[in-house]
Design a protein around this ligand. Structure first.
Ligand SMILES: *[C@@H]1O[C@H](CO)[C@@H](O)[C@H](O)[C@H]1NC(C)=O
Ligand SMILES: *[C@@H]1O[C@H](CO)[C@@H](O)[C@H](O)[C@H]1NC(C)=O
Ligand SMILES: *[C@@H]1O[C@H](CO)[C@@H](O)[C@H](O)[C@H]1NC(C)=O
Length: 419
């Protein structure tokens, strides 16, 4: 990828981001009940329970409320359609990445989506969602459309509140004292933040399996993503209304435009594939055109400008550190001029890392650094397919042969029939 082509994609994204307020209402890609007749694939229009049920998987929808009032939809597949034996214990929590949602684990379909594969391997699977996504766009006090404070969060808060609330709910509901964790990208980041910032929660996890973990962001190679992060780090202090503070939501102009164009078979296989490759790098044949048509029904799924700014700050500082409020407020909040770094040495439970050299969003150098910070690293596994990209972890048709065996190996090792 050249930086020139990266710039073009970024400018297009930026254009939509900036002008979405100006013409967001007029730029109507009408998606209604009859959308399948307009060429939208059924799965792209389904929510988690509908999607899973369409393939014969009984999914339940649950509601978790965080300590600070965010209302999150969490999904559970207690037993996969192809699980023949007894379900193993403890339950497994699967966490999506930045701008994704639980649905990202279904988009590749029943032969490749990790939600299908893990539940079919007889695990009691829970699929989480974080605040700011379309499954986490509610709060007991704050209105996301009118209260700016709703959007005053970063992945710090997801690690400190969202994951612990989901864990509490899971353990209470299942009666288990522990669980296993599988996190992708930001989904892994918030696991490490939780271990650094809360007491007792890390210990509730038997093994944490981290796909392309986004902790330190020093070597992010994707030019559009670097620019996007840094752009938000720069402008975030200038934003004030909820419309500006919510970024790339489902139903917003970016998602609707991609959804509209990428539902078409030809465009999905060419333009949309190329757009993904510019951001994410290219792995020939890995992501099916059908998956591209489906995934843009659920992606991007929304977050806060402040969260993107937080990633931007990490890119700029090259450190896995807390939010930088500026000298005065840092001194007041942290007692130091520089924000403190996260204490990775508080992650003392067994951890597995999985990474790839062709991942432009989470560079293997940052993963190597992470591996040196952990006191109980079990394995840092380089994915065998050399062309494996960041988004392949969710959307590739090859997950069953590239990443699932390793995930399965460790889930099995840390599970049993009666625990
Ligand atoms: C998913 O769709 C079903 C059926 O249309 C609906 O009952 C349910 O409320 C939806 N769930 C969410 C979280 O949107
Ligand atoms: C956002 O929350 C932080 C504390 O988490 C607070 O110090 C700050 O004033 C809030 N910012 C706004 C704009 O409300
Ligand atoms: C853990 O990491 C923090 C931050 O890097 C450091 O200050 C602290 O000394 C470390 N503690 C131990 C026991 O290594």
């Amino acid at each position: 990828m050249t930086s020139k082509s990266g710039d073009v994609v970024f400018l297009v994204l930026l254009f939509f981001a900036i002008f979405k307020n100006a013409f967001g209402q007029n730029l109507a890609f009408r998606i209604d009940k009859d959308a399948t007749s307009q060429g939208y694939p059924r799965d792209s229009l389904s929510n988690f329970t509908e999607f899973a049920r369409n393939y014969g998987y009984a999914a339940e929808e649950l509601t978790v409320i965080t300590g600070d009032g965010y209302i999150l939809s969490v999904f559970r597949i207690p037993k996969g359609k192809n699980c023949r034996g007894r379900v193993r214990q403890p339950p497994v929590l699967l966490m999506h990445g930045l701008l994704q949602s639980s649905d990202s684990w279904l988009d590749a379909g029943p032969s490749a989506g990790l939600a299908f594969l893990i539940s079919d391997a007889c695990y009691d699977l829970w699929v989480g969602n974080v605040r700011g996504t379309y499954y986490g766009r509610r709060n007991v006090r704050l209105n996301p459309d009118t209260d700016s404070q709703f959007w005053n969060f970063t992945s710090h808060d997801m690690g400190r509140s969202d994951v612990p609330a989901i864990i509490d709910y899971m353990l209470k509901e299942t009666g288990s004292s522990k669980l296993n964790y599988v996190g992708f990208s930001q989904g892994a980041r918030i696991f490490f933040i939780m271990c650094s910032e809360t007491f007792g929660y890390c210990d509730k996890i038997k093994v944490s399996i981290n796909l392309a973990p986004a902790t330190r962001q020093k070597y992010v190679r994707s030019i559009p993503i670097r620019l996007l992060y840094q752009f938000y780090a720069l402008i975030e202090p200038l934003l004030s209304s909820p419309r500006e503070l919510e970024v790339s939501q489902k139903g917003g102009s970016i998602q609707k435009a991609f959804f509209f164009f990428c539902k078409d078979n030809i465009l999905a296989g060419t333009v949309c594939r190329a757009a993904l490759a510019l951001i994410n790098s290219y792995d020939p044949g890995s992501i099916l055109t059908q998956t591209i048509r489906v995934l843009f029904g659920h992606f991007p799924g929304g977050t806060s400008a402040r969260n993107l700014a937080f990633f931007g700050q990490n890119v700029i500082s090259g450190r896995f550190q807390k939010y930088n409020y500026g000298t005065r407020k840092n001194l007041e909040l942290y007692g130091t001029v520089q924000p403190p770094i996260y204490n990775l040495n508080r992650t003392n439970i067994p951890v597995v890392l999985m990474y790839s050299e062709n991942d432009l969003l989470v560079d293997s150098k940052d993963v190597h650094w992470l591996s040196t910070q952990l006191s109980n690293l079990i394995e840092s596994y380089k994915i065998k397919r050399a062309t494996w990209t960041h988004l392949d972890n969710c959307y590739s048709q090859y997950t069953k042969i590239t990443i699932f065996p390793k995930i399965s190996e460790y889930l099995q090792k840390y599970s049993g029939l009666d625990l």
